[in-house]
Design a protein around this ligand. Sequence first.
Ligand code: NAP
Length: 243
Amino acid sequence: MNDLTGRCALVTGGSRGIGRAIALALAATGADIAVNYRERRDKAEAVASEIKELGRHAVALSADVALAAEVKRLVADAESALGPVGILVNNAGIARPVTLDTLDTPIWDETIALNLTSAFLVTQAVLPGMRTRRWGRIVNISSTAAQIGGIIGPHYAASKAGMIGMTHGYAKLLAGEGITANVVAPALIDTDMLRGNDRAQPSLVPLGRFGSVEEVAEVVVMLARNGYITGQTINVNGGLYMS
Ligand code: NAP
């Protein structure tokens, strides 16, 4: 298994939580990192500084990844700062817990745009370069909600299930070109997203605790390093869903 020295990784939503841990773990394995964020510039700059302290190159780049024009600029800026993106982690996401009575079309549309369309947009933007170089790793951060419904609602479960189908589509089409595409499906990981949702309780998890961001990040690193796993969903969920 190779280390990732000389590879450039783009991590969407890398300023906090799972994305931050993924950015740091990929950097520890040798990659240079473009840390995308939407609002919290200070946090993204802090992650980039930590990465530079590891001896890697890093840049913090704001972009709303649900918007095609911002994605285009994001990828162009990442590549001009760090070189061609070889590793893409589609991690940015939102979870709006609602009741069935309050779930409406704007919440549905926002969730699909931010959790699913965003991954499509960023993947499409980096793919031409990966295909030219015949090397790429795409890792999409889905959720156990795709498999068992989860604690947010149908809008969130649908967005995360869509990521799995999308990943299968890319994995199949790209398998002959040195590009893998996989899913990591976490559940109940201790982040701001979880802490904002009082439906999340450790007692829901067979292992009896929330997961750590590092436990998700190490699986992403494994998928970035491994060239023979594609089209798979790796579950990091404390036993909540067993495949
Ligand atoms: P989090 O703590 O809420 O962090 C979300 C990250 O996404 C932040 O970096 C945020 O940037 C960024 N972001 C949000 N909207 C964005 C947009 N439109 N464009 C670009 N960046 C955007 O979330 P998390 O818990 O780490 O979750 C990360 C991913 O894992 C999400 O896709 C989530 O659905 C998934 N997941 C989480 C859990 C869990 O238990 N935590 C379980 C399953 C799946 P700012 O800092 O600038 O706001």
